[in-house]
Design a protein around this ligand. Sequence first.
Ligand code: 5GP
Length: 212
Amino acid sequence: MGGNGIRRRGLMLVLSSPSGAGKTTISRLLLESDDNLALSISVTTRPKRPDEVDGRDYRFVDPAAFAKMRQAGELLENAQVFGYDYGTPLAPVESALAEGRDVLFDIDWQGARQLVDAAPNDLVSIFILPPSSAELHARLRRRAQDPDDVVAERMRRAPDEISHWNEFNFVVVNRDIQESVGSVRAILAAERLRRERQIGLPDFVRRLCEDL
Ligand code: 5GP
């Protein structure tokens, strides 16, 4: 149901960015303030960071378990990032959409491409850019959860990730986190009102006209 009581088709909101641009913080703030948005929890073979919780941030699995899920067709998309496997389990996405909830994906450009192919009409994609190279570096270091070589590797990969900015529907330069969250909320609000997504609209208009 949309805010106006009209039945709506759930949408898939993809947030991508180079590592450290603020995407995870933006996702968290968005989810806290929007009950109709569910986070897609990815599976990964990457080791857990100290403050991460299995089942909340990711499902951490070994390479054999990951390969089994992929072969069984249980992943909506999957990609290798920084040498580890990441993938989106299909079943939770299907059930959230069936309940009319929107689903948020924190995935890279390779995953975003696969979702565009799988569900072009349901997908809204946003790319988050850091305001400068110095700020990206500072944020990666501040995170301080990763060893120095991981930070360096992520900086090295940033230009490649950023080179895909023009494959996304919207681009937000994250100068200020609250401002960026506001921009993403505005995009989500507008996309929810798209005529094609309001599948209850023909009935609503018919009843409206009958009563006029
Ligand atoms: P991190 O290891 O920092 O959590 O994530 C590294 C990168 O992998 C990020 O750009 C993140 O968006 C991406 N990522 C996380 N989960 C998935 C997924 O399920 N699929 C894809 N394609 N990328 C993912």
